[in-house]
Design a protein around this ligand. Structure first.
Ligand SMILES: [Zn+2]
Length: 365
C-alpha cells in the first residue's frame, strides 16, 4: 500500500533543497510534539524545511525530554491531561495546576480545545457540557491564564466536511456557526490575545473570518492542519487568499499541526489511530516532512498540483468518487517575500512579545 503521506514517492530529504532560502526561520506555532525518537525525525524535517522554532502542545510529562532535543527551539502550550481516565478532574481542578506548572516551564499560551467531538467525550464522561468553551470550569482556567498574562489558543468548529457527515445531527452537535457564539462572547470578556486554530476553524469561508477579525481586535488565526488547509485554501482563487492575508497581515500565523509520537516508528499488532499513520522511522519522517513540504508548496508554489498527502475526507463526503488514498488539488499561492515573512515568522514573534515574560512582569511588580 502506498504511503498516505507520500503518494508521489517523493524523497522529502532531497526535495527540501528545491525550496528557496528564507530571510528568517519559520515559526511553526501549532504542533503536538512527543516521543524521544520521533522528535529527532521532526528536528531533521524542521532543519531541512527552514523551521527554526516550534510551539507545541506537549504533555507536561514530556516537556523536559522534548526540550533536551530541541532546546530553545521549542515553546510549550499549556494543555490538560488529555489521556486522563477521569476527564472531569483533568479538565477541571487539575487543569489549573497544569497551567501553573506549564507557566513555570515558560509556557505563555494555553489551549482551550472545544471541537464538536468534545460533545462525545463529554457524554462519555457523564457531562455533555464538559468541553464547552464557556463552562464555569473553563472560565476558572481562563481567569487563571489571563492573570498570568497568557495568550489563549482555541479550537472551535471543524471542517465543513465533518459537519456534512459525522456531525450531521445538529440536535447533538449544533450547527457549525453555533460553535462561534460562546467564542465571540469570550473574546469580549477576555481582552488578551486569542489564537483561533486552523484558520479559525473556517478556512472554507474567508468572508466569515474577515468578519470575526474585524469584530475582535484581539483575535489571531493560525493556519495549521495541513490536509484541511491544503484542501480548502486551494479551492479559493489565489487573489482572494493573498488579499485576505494582506488585509490581516500580522494576524495570521503559520502552523502545521504536526503530531509526533514514538508510536509512528514501529509496527504494532493492534494499530491505534496514530500508529496507523506510520510504522517505520522512514514513514514517520515522511509523515512529518510531508507537512512542511505541502505547506511550503501551498504558500510559495506557483502551480496547481495533486497533493502528495492522502485526504480521507474526500471519500468521507463522496465515497462513489473517491477512495481513501485520493488527495485534493494543491494550488500554490506564491506569496511575495514580504507577506510570506510576516506570515511565516514576524506575526508569531510580535504576538509572543505581547505576552510578558515572567522576569519582566516580576521586575515591574
Ligand atoms: Zn492541534
Amino acid at each position: 500500500m502506498p504511503n498516505p503521506s507520500n503518494l508521489s514517492g517523493l524523497d522529502y530529504r532531497a526535495e527540501a533543497a528545491r525550496f528557496g532560502r528564507l530571510p528568517a526561520p519559520i515559526v511553526d506555532c501549532h504542533s503536538h510534539v512527543h516521543g524521544r525518537r520521533a522528535v529527532l525525525l521532526l528536528r531533521e524535517a524542521m532543519d531541512l524545511y527552514g523551521v527554526g522554532e516550534i510551539w507545541s502542545m506537549t504533555s507536561l510529562e514530556q516537556v523536559d525530554a522534548m526540550r533536551e532535543v530541541l532546546g530553545e527551539r521549542i515553546r510549550f502550550i499549556a494543555v490538560p491531561d488529555f489521556g486522563a481516565k477521569d476527564r472531569r478532574t483533568a479538565h477541571g481542578p487539575q487543569f489549573l495546576e497544569r497551567i501553573r506548572a506549564f507557566h513555570a516551564q515558560g509556557a505563555r499560551i494555553v489551549k482551550f480545545w472545544a471541537a464538536p467531538r468534545g460533545i462525545d467525550l463529554g457524554h462519555d464522561a457523564g457531562d455533555p457540557m464538559l468541553l464547552r468553551l464557556d463552562t464555569p470550569q473553563r472560565r476558572a482556567a481562563m481567569d487563571l491564564a489571563a492573570s498570568l498574562g497568557m495568550t489563549f489558543m482555541v479550537h472551535v468548529a471543524d471542517p465543513d466536511t465533518w459537519f456534512a457527515t459525522k456531525y450531521a445531527d445538529a440536535s447533538r452537535y449544533g450547527t457549525k456557526r453555533s460553535h462561534y457564539e460562546p467564542l465571540e462572547r469570550l473574546l469580549e470578556q477576555y481582552p488578551n490575545p486569542w489564537i483561533a486554530a486552523h484558520l479559525g476553524g473556517s478556512p472554507e469561508d474567508l468572508d466569515f473570518l474577515s468578519e470575526l477579525l474585524s469584530r475582535h481586535a484581539n483575535l489571531f488565526l493560525d493556519a495549521s492542519a495541513t490536509k484541511w488547509i491544503v484542501r480548502e485554501v486551494s479551492k479559493h482563487p489565489r487573489e482572494r487568499v493573498v488579499a485576505f492575508l494582506a488585509r490581516w497581515r500580522g494576524r495570521v500565523l503559520f502552523g502545521s499541526d504536526i503530531v509526533t509520537t514514538d508510536d509512528h516508528l514501529e509496527a504494532k499488532s493492534e494499530k491505534t489511530e496514530m500508529a496507523a499513520k506510520a510504522d517505520t522511522p522512514d514513514d514517520a519522517f515522511d509523515l512529518y516532512a510531508s507537512r512542511y513540504w505541502a505547506l511550503r508548496t501551498l504558500w510559495e508554489g506557483r502551480e496547481a498540483i495533486r497533493s502528495p498527502i492522502a485526504d480521507p475526507d474526500l471519500a468521507m463526503v463522496d465515497p462513489s468518487r473517491y477512495g481513501p488514498l485520493d488527495s485534493p488539488m494543491l494550488r500554490g499561492m506564491s506569496l511575495d517575500d514580504s507577506l510570506r515573512t510576516t506570515f511565516y515568522t514576524e506575526a508569531a514573534r510580535s504576538l509572543l512579545a505581547r505576552s510578558a515574560p515572567p522576569a519582566v512582569a516580576a521586575a515591574r511588580a
